[in-house]
Design a protein around this ligand. Structure first.
Ligand SMILES: [Cu+2]
Length: 275
């Protein structure tokens, strides 16, 4: 009798596992807001679809294995089977099946997600330059991860980084919404991970590498910037704020900041020696 109770106990694994996910997805008390944060990136939909596809796929496999495990425990419980245990040295056929099946599924996911990968990592937005040529869009700002903050350098009015009109902030990133935006990310010390949950963007910031991220925000508002890579004792402090606003407000904010920084003594661009 008691081993039947154990098989019922194991049945709770798929039931509770699925139940908790559904509870969080529906967002009923006390699980409100524990599902995915709101997506505000035009390119984020494809990431969400991929996430849900993999979740459903693994969910179905999880439920099937949970139920099969319960059924075996129930059917072959010692108190109901006088027959002694039979040992086996494995089955060639079974091993082939359980090697090929997951490989085929993984290969399918690899092909299925190619477009999402290309959108996020390869198809950097293009613009037409003065000569009428299609060129890659330049970053509006460079985000530098360092222990333990995000330093942000804006290209300024000339659209070029590392020139005299650059504007600087720390942990405060303002960007225009409703248009393509490119960011350059960079590390000054160790590995960080620049994570914008609402934009479905997360990129490891690798020392020695200049990397690019892009998005097109579908609404304005204030969102989190977090570091998603344990980068030292102050990792938790690498929290910033992303403000998405209209192009007019963004331009005004940047111009104000530029004027402020011209007045202050602090001028990191001063020792560049160029221009
Ligand atoms: Cu960090």
């Amino acid at each position: 009798m008691i081993d039947r109770a154990w098989s019922l106990f194991f049945l709770m694994v798929p039931i509770l596992g699925v139940g908790i996910f559904v509870w969080a997805m529906v967002g009923v008390y006390p699980m409100e807001g524990l599902w995915l944060p709101k997506n505000v990136n035009e390119y984020g939909v494809i990431i969400d679809n991929l996430f849900m596809f993999i979740l459903y796929l693994t969910g179905v496999i999880f439920i099937i294995t949970g139920i099969v495990m319960f059924w075996f425990l129930w059917k072959y419980s010692a108190s109901n089977n006088a027959e002694p245990v039979k040992f086996t040295h494995g089955s060639h056929m079974l091993e082939i099946i359980w090697s090929i099946l997951p490989s085929a599924v993984l290969l399918f996911i690899a092909i299925y997600q190619m477009n999402a990968w290309a959108d996020a990592k390869m198809r950097r937005p293009m613009v037409t330059n003065a000569d009428g040529e299609e060129v890659v869009m330049l970053p509006v700002a460079r985000v530098t991860g360092r222990q333990f903050e995000w330093r942000i350098q804006y290209a300024g009015a000339d659209g070029l980084l590392d020139t005299k009109d650059d504007v600087f902030t720390v942990n405060e990133l303002h960007l225009p919404a409703y248009e393509d935006v490119v960011l350059q990310i960079h590390s000054e010390d160790v590995l960080h991970s620049f994570f914008l949950p609402n934009l479905r963007l997360k990129q490891d910031v690798v020392p020695g590498m200049d990397q690019y991220m892009w998005f097109k925000a579908t609404e304005t508002g204030s969102f989190d910037i977090v570091c998603a890579e344990l980068c030292g004792w102050g990792h938790y402090k690498m929290r910033g704020q992303l403000t998405l606003e209209s192009r007019e407000r963004f331009d005004k904010w940047l111009a104000n900041l530029r004027a402020e920084q011209l007045l202050s003594v602090f001028d990191p661009a001063a020792d560049d020696g160029d221009e």
